[in-house]
Design a protein around this ligand. Structure first.
Ligand SMILES: [Cu+2]
Length: 510
């Protein structure tokens, strides 16, 4: 099916009608809700305490009518007032900043007309704070998160994770950044404060009244994943920013539902990559282009000191569907535009250039060693497949909230190799960005056919998403540490996740 055909399938679905449509409750009453801690624990003394609400709202994105959406609001109740802010340009994308070792308490209130819960993507975290769908709370209900920030410095993020509704809730506006800092990152003396700039990439389709359009009824959009016809950065269409003549750290997150991006600089310079999902690399790398699957992050260092006031440099993106069709031209319904379109423009401001140096040593982190894996020679293989309207992992979809198969149980303290195998020769051949909750892994092997976007892969450093192309097998090495309990692994194409391409794994005591 061509891109143009697919556009005809898109049905206008204003946010208002989503609010009114209602849906069957996903959770039997008394199962999920009974587990929700609605109160703070006495004796847990947080360094930072936040209020975070998910609620309907309105934002002006395009000229004319405001766009109805769902948004996070919130405030800092205790601790550093910079712990919670909202991205420039959007007004609705929150940024939580925390330090490694801090204790956080977050009072989440669900003011949506349906169940929700927030997952902290990338964080190594106790089960009850991970935002598993079993903890979803109903309208007007509260969930109190209490946890210690246990990750090294890195660019993480958060979004709702209720079963079967994640795609819709993220699409209608609910996603934010969770930036962790630590002493090691400080020592690298990277650009900070206003020179540390997040760029959240999301694609959306708007109708003539500027309201968001999501899935058409039926299975096709769910199977193919939803791709919007405009690429927004930090919630803005046509993102443009004045930049000082100095170095910046750009924290790029692909928070789209199903679109992959290949990014490059408009001036043909290579991109300088300093970090991936799980934090800083050991040393900087350069790439002609960077590929970001859904949920992946790239920390990019760039120096504008050599630019002249008034010069403009852009990040240019090629967009790809999970079928690996180039959909860069979707916006106009025209043919794809190989070479991409600018999605973020940076204009060099007046003022003197300030010299900066990129450290050649950025960080060090504990090496996960393949020799430590208990299953080095027999990896746990997870077959990814799409067939007969189902998106599956090893032929299974998400079942009961606490269902764990025998081959999904691991032991605390062990290191394992998991192999995501996207080698089904039948059904739909699609790329699947595979995400594992609660840990950061190493990509240790990638085999099978490549693609134009392969050159921009970011398999380096610590990762929590591995993009697995059709026909590829990707082996990841991970250690199950500190916390026992039930966590998820799933495809981060949000429509696939909602279709059930998601499973629990359980960390059992050693
Ligand atoms: Cu998928």
């Amino acid at each position: 099916m061509t891109t143009i055909d697919r556009r005809r399938f898109l049905q206008t679905l204003a946010a208002g009608s989503v609010l009114l449509a209602g849906h069957k409750p996903v959770f039997p009453a008394g199962v999920a809700h009974a587990m929700a801690p609605a109160e703070a624990t006495p004796g847990f003394n947080p360094d930072v305490e936040l209020e975070l609400n998910a609620a309907p709202g309105e934002i002006r994105v395009l000229p004319g009518n405001a766009t109805r959406l769902w948004r996070f609001t919130g405030r800092v109740l205790r601790g550093d007032p910079r712990s919670l802010s909202f991205l420039d340009g959007s007004g609705h994308i929150p940024v939580i900043r925390a330090r490694r070792g801090q204790k956080l308490r977050i009072h989440f209130t669900n003011q949506l007309p349906e169940d929700s819960i927030v997952h902290w993507h990338g964080l190594h975290i106790v089960q009850r704070a991970d935002g598993h769908p079993m903890y979803a709370v109903g309208t007007g209900k509260k969930y109190v998160y209490e946890f210690v920030v246990d990750n090294r410095a890195g660019t993480h993020w958060f979004h709702p994770h209720p079963h079967e509704r994640t795609g819709l809730q993220v699409y209608f506006g609910l996603a934010g950044l969770f930036l962790v800092g630590d002493d090691e990152e400080d020592a690298a003396r990277l650009p900070r404060d206003e020179l540390d700039l997040p760029l959240v990439i999301q694609d959306r389709t708007f109708n003539a009244a500027n309201q968001l359009v999501y899935l058409a009824p039926g299975m096709m959009d769910r199977m193919m994943g939803f791709q919007g016809d405009r690429v927004l950065v930090n919630g803005a269409a046509g993102y443009t920013r004045a930049m000082e003549r100095t170095a910046y750290r750009l924290r790029v997150l692909n928070a789209s539902n199903s679109t992959l991006y290949s990014l490059r600089w408009s001036n043909g310079r290579p991109l300088t990559l300093i970090g991936t999902d799980g934090g800083l690399l050991e040393r900087p790398l350069t790439r002609a282009s960077l590929t970001l699957g859904i949920g992946e992050r790239a920390d990019v260092w760039v120096d504008f000191a050599g630019g002249q006031p008034g010069d403009e440099v852009a990040i240019v993106a090629d967009s790809w569907s999970p079928m690996l069709e180039n959909i860069t031209g979707l916006q106009t319904g025209a043919a794809p535009v190989p070479g991409g379109r600018p999605i973020a423009r940076f204009r060099i401001a007046n003022g003197a250039a300030r010299k900066s140096t990129l450290p050649q040593r950025l960080s060090s982190f504990p090496a996960l060693r393949i020799g430590d894996a208990v299953n080095r020679d027999r990896p746990r293989t997870i077959q990814l497949s799409m067939q007969r309207g189902q998106a599956m992992l090893n032929g299974r979809t998400f079942g009961r909230m606490d269902e764990v198969a025998d081959d999904e149980k691991v032991k605390l303290g062990t290191t394992e190799v998991w192999e995501f195998a996207n080698d089904a020769s039948f059904g739909m051949r699609m790329a699947h960005p595979m995400h594992v909750h609660n840990l950061q892994f190493r990509v240790v092997e990638r085999s099978g056919p490549g693609h134009a976007i392969s050159a921009g892969f970011t398999d380096e450093g610590l990762k929590d998403v591995a993009l697995v192309l059709p026909g590829q097998r990707v082996r990841v090495l991970m250690k199950f540490e500190d916390y026992t309990g039930i966590y998820l692994y799933h495809c981060h194409i949000l429509e696939h996740e909602d279709l059930g391409m998601m499973r629990n794994y359980r960390v059992d005591p050693a």
